[in-house]
Design a protein around this ligand. Structure first.
Ligand SMILES: [Fe+2]
Length: 160
């Protein structure tokens, strides 16, 4: 055994222990036509959350703007943003700065799953860049809670 560094011990003492959540215990929450998310972590101290996003072939995530940064890692399938020339595929690491506007389109025949870590809000825009709808950690939690209630399953502790 090795001694824990003092800072780590302090983090545990003030209530910041490590945490594990099992994805298999968490449902795919409907987000839109052909789009689901599976939340893995909600950090209520910063509004940061982590989720798997699944989009079936031919599906898309409507044009939106991020107010914080986003990191994505592609696990399955291929997709691109209508506004960009690059293509994301398994193993791709994607970073999006605050203010980025894009429309996610999944390639034909390829259901995609990507792990996204998201800060801030997701603002869905109309053609004139007016905000039609906003998603943030609170709307994600509400959708997750409703999904668990609808399915009659216990919520996994994801608030860490
Ligand atoms: Fe996005």
């Amino acid at each position: 055994m090795f001694a824990k560094p003092t800072a780590v011990q302090t983090a545990i003492e003030v209530g910041l222990p490590d945490h594990v959540a099992q994805a298999d215990d968490i449902p795919w929450v409907p987000q839109g036509e052909g789009v689901w998310f599976k939340p893995l972590r909600f950090d209520l101290t910063t509004g940061f959350w982590v989720n798997l996003l699944k989009v079936t072939k031919g599906g898309k995530v409507n044009r939106h703007r991020h107010t914080g940064q986003v990191t994505g890692y592609v696990l399955q399938g291929g997709w691109h943003y209508a506004e960009r020339t690059w293509v994301a595929k398994p193993g791709s690491m994607v970073w999006e700065p605050p203010g980025d506007i894009h429309t996610l389109i999944v390639h034909e025949g390829a259901e995609m799953i990507t792990l996204f870590s998201i800060q801030g809000a997701i603002q869905y825009l109309d053609d004139a860049d007016n905000v039609n709808y906003q998603d943030d950690i609170f709307t994600k939690i509400e959708k997750y809670k409703k999904c668990c209630a609808d399915l009659g399953i216990k919520e996994t502790e994801l608030y860490f």
